[in-house]
Every structure is written in C-alpha cells, then in structure tokens.
Design a protein around this ligand. Structure first.
Ligand code: FAD
Length: 457
C-alpha cells in the first residue's frame, strides 16, 4: 500500500520503497499588471467563514455540499499551490482539492534543484525568504567519466545559476503562505472527477474526508493532479495526442544522513551504470545509482549501495573520497518521458506533471510545473478578471514550447549518461561527454538548458 502510494506520487507505474526512519523580460511583462491585485474585481469572499455564505443550495435532494469559485484546482502539489498563490495575487479566487493530507504532501521527497527562473519567480511573489536563507546556490555541476572530472560553471557560461532547495521546502513555504491567505484547500478527498469541461460551467465532484459527496462549480478547472490524476484523462481521445518513452533502466535513490562529499552535483558516466551525487542540505546527501528495471530494493543492502556509489563516483581518484553515512530512505524509480497536448481543452487547463513527465536527470519536472503556472496565472487572470481570452488561448502552445525543450534536454542528459548495454552507444556517449566538457559550445548548451531558459522562451 505504501509502495503503491509513493509510486503514484512519483509519477511512475511501479516502484519499490523502503523507509527506515533572472527573472526575464517576457515573464516580467506577463506578471506586470496581470498579477497585480485588483481589489475591485476580487470576489467579496476570501475567508473560510465567508465561503460558507457562498454555498449554493443543493441542486438535487441528495446530501451533496456545493461550492462555487472562479478557478477549481485539482491537486495541491507545487503546481496547484503556486497557481492558487499567483491567482490570489491577481485577485482571482480558487479552491484546491487534494487526495492526500497536508502533512503527506509536504513530506514527499522529490525534486531538489531549482532553476534560476524558478528562484526569481519565488522571490518575486513573496516566497523567497526561507529560500534565500536556506537554499544553496550552485554555480554549476561536475560531469565525469572514469579518470576525468570537469566542472561546468553555469554562471561564467550563461550568467545563470541553480539553487539546491528541496521540493519539500518549496511545498511547505507555499502551504504556509496559502494558509496565511485563508486559501480554501480540501485535503484528503476521494473520487475526484471533472465535468462539463466543454461548457462555460465546468465543475468538480469529490467525496470529502467525512464521506460527504461534494460539488465545486467554477469558471475554469485546472488539472494540477500529477501523472495519475483524473484531469488528463478527462480530455476526450479525439482531442488529444500523447507521446511516451519508457527507458530501459531505473534509478535507485537514497537519502543519507551525512554531509555531501562534494560542493556541487556530480553526474558520473561509468561502465557499471550512471551515478549521481546530489544533496538536500549541509548534512543530508541525495545519491542515485542506475539499476535495471524491476530491481528489488531488498537486493541492495546499504553496503552494496555505498560500494556501487564509491566505484561509479570515483572514490580514491585524484584524492577525492566519498563519505558514507546512515541511509534514511531508499527507493527505485523507473524513468519515462511523457507529453500530452494540448494543455487546454475547453475550460480545463493542465499544468505540471498532469501534462508532462520527464526523467529526473535534467532536474526539470518541478521547474516545468512552476513555468506552466507562471504562464497560466496571468492568462486566467486576464480571462476571468478582464474578459480577455488571448493569453488563455495561447497558453497551451506557449507552455508546450518550453515543455518540449525540457523534454529534449532531459532525454539528452539521460541517454548521454546511462548505460544502454550497447558498446557502440557507450563510445558515442564518451565522445559526446568529451565534447560537452571541453568545447565552449558544448558546455554553454548544457549550461543554458540546465540553469533554465527564461519562462516564456
Ligand atoms: C525522485 C524524483 C526526483 C526528482 N527530481 C527533480 C529535480 O531535481 N528537479 C525538478 O525540477 N523536478 C524533479 N522531479 C520532478 C518533480 O518532483 C515533479 O515534476 C513535480 O512534483 C511536479 O509537480 P506537480 O504539482 O505538477 O505534480 P505533483 O507534485 O505530482 O502534485 C500533484 C498533486 O495532485 C494530487 N492528486 C493526484 N490525484 C488527485 C485526485 N484524483 N484528486 C485530487 N488530487 C489529486 C497528488 O496527491 C499531488 O499532491 C523529481 C521527481 C522524482 C520522482
């Protein structure tokens, strides 16, 4: 049950878990005005008490609670929470429904690398205080293969950096901000379904934690419900197209209570398989090993994991050492790429993992979710507040341009660094890695994509 729940959270079909214990000018234009609160247009409802006054009487005789809002958001992950935050700043009201508890959502171990645009946006919208204090800005990454380690300095190459700050922390910051603003979030709901999305009166139905059937009427529904939510599937087959690539390997990921053995992330190509040394804080390391699909975590003792990491990451080479420590979490994550388009159908909009999944090698999933809602919030504000549909009409195409760029980059990083089992592929990978590490054009291309192209690119 736990494994299934976490697998769904990670956007994968199967997973085994063991637990022991520079904001760009385009964005500026989109944010200017569109996200400026307009008190005149804000509905006269913001607190939960006032919400009760807006309950519409049940349409049918059954015991069914009924609410109305401007934007019904399905999913309180980073995309849903940030969207409600941005909409609130623009004077647009929303209600979020979420299957999990708040504690569960905030404890979910996932992404840890924020692009420059994500960091800039979080600061811009008042969510940057703890990020500034506790986030760890990195100038770049290390790229290595046996005998060679190269530092790619993104700041020197493209003037942008990345910041190590866990998705857990982003979600906590968002949760606190939404709570302070009186945001209506219905946690622990079941049976979520979206209806009438091809009309101007879409609605969401769900069952509350006490078993009450409820209905949420809205002007717009946004699916921020990740890869297993109902929204993506609500788009009729005749109106959508999708692409998927399943990779023939998985990641065994661990969290370790030990100070990182590196100042910045190490991406390591090795004949035994890819390895990565990341981190969450000055005292917590995050490490990954490429393993075959279907790997049973029980076959990987802590000692075997540390031995594999030491070999692949180059322990003892050129004076570098890997310090092991207690493992607090282990999981196996299959990897896939997936895109569904368009990201809008009628009055249903999709954002984040609900529309696209990338393998984590490029550190793009969370950042893409942020970029989607950074574009969607001003579009919905213009649509609902100003009755101006142009940005909403352009949302899917605009978001998909970035989605496909990040899908390509994530695929490129993944296929360049993982062993496919084909010796010809391995020689091509090494050739590519040498070019990326040693040519200014190669280094710059990786840096530009990794540190993140501007939102709206
Ligand atoms: C191991 C791992 C490492 C990663 N590393 C990185 C990284 O370094 N950088 C990066 O940018 N990204 C990374 N990612 C990807 C990133 O975590 C996701 O892309 C991100 O969580 C997407 O946010 P989201 O809000 O779109 O979806 P989610 O975070 O999946 O949120 C969706 C929400 O919808 C809820 N929901 C689902 N179904 C329903 C329903 N029926 N009704 C109501 N609510 C529902 C879910 O409970 C969830 O809270 C990583 C992912 C994994 C698994």
């Amino acid at each position: 049950m736990l494994a299934r729940a976490v697998a769904e959270d990670l956007g994968v079909s199967s997973m085994i878990v063991h637990t022991r214990a520079g904001h760009d000018s385009t964005l500026a234009r989109m944010l200017d005005g569109a996200l400026t609160p307009d008190p005149r247009s804000r509905p006269p409802v913001s607190s939960s008490t006032e919400w009760k006054d807006r309950l519409v009487p049940p349409r049918t005789s059954c015991d069914r609670g009924r609410m109305r809002t401007q934007v019904a958001i399905v999913g309180a992950g980073p995309a849903g929470l940030l969207l409600s935050h941005l909409l609130d700043r623009a004077g647009v009201e929303s209600v979020i429904v979420e299957t999990r508890s708040r504690a569960y959502v905030e404890a979910r171990i996932r992404a840890g690398i924020l692009e420059q645009s994500t960091v800039d946006l979080l600061h811009e919208v008042g969510l940057g205080a703890r990020l500034a204090a506790e986030g760890d800005e990195h100038r770049g990454i290390y790229l290595q293969w046996p005998g060679e380690r190269h530092h790619l300095d993104f700041v020197d190459l493209v003037g942008r950096s990345v910041t190590v700050y866990g998705q857990t922390e982003v979600t906590k910051d968002l949760g606190r901000a939404r709570e302070a603003a009186g945001q209506e979030i219905r946690y622990e709901v079941t049976d979520t379904a979206v209806h009438d999305i091809e009309t101007d009166h879409p609605y969401v139905t769900f069952t509350g934690p006490d078993g009450t059937a409820e209905r949420l009427d809205a002007d717009v529904v946004v699916g921020c419900d990740g890869s297993f939510g109902p929204c993506r599937a609500a788009v009729p087959d005749s109106a959508k197209q999708s692409w998927e690539r399943a990779y023939p390997y998985s990641w065994l990921g661990v969290l370790a209570d030990v100070a990182p053995s590196t100042d910045e992330l190490i991406y390591a190509w090795h004949p035994d398989g890819f390895a990565m040394h990341s981190m969450r804080s000055a005292t917590v390391s995050r490490l990954y090993l490429q393993v075959p699909n279907g790997t049973d975590i029980a076959d990987w003792s802590d000692d075997r994991i540390w031995d594999g990491l030491a070999t692949r990451l180059g322990h003892g080479e050129n004076g570098w050492t890997l310090t092991p420590g207690p493992l607090t979490e282990k999981s196996v994550l299959p990897m896939r790429s997936f895109v569904q388009q368009p990201m809008r159908h009628g009055r249903l909009f999709l954002a984040g993992d609900a529309a696209h999944i990338v393998p984590p090698t490029g550190a793009k999933g969370l950042n893409l979710a942020v970029a989607d809602v950074a574009m969607l919030a001003p579009a919905l504000a213009a649509l609902l507040r100003d009755k101006e549909p142009a940005l909403a009409d352009a949302y899917s195409d605009a978001a998909l341009r970035r989605v496909w760029r990040c899908t390509h980059f994530s695929w490129w990083m993944t296929t360049m660094l993982h062993q496919s089992g084909d010796p010809f592929d391995a020689q091509l990978q090494l050739s590519q890695l040498r070019w990326v590490a040693q040519s200014t054009a190669g280094r710059t291309g990786l840096a530009e994509n990794y540190a993140g192209l501007p939102i709206g690119f």
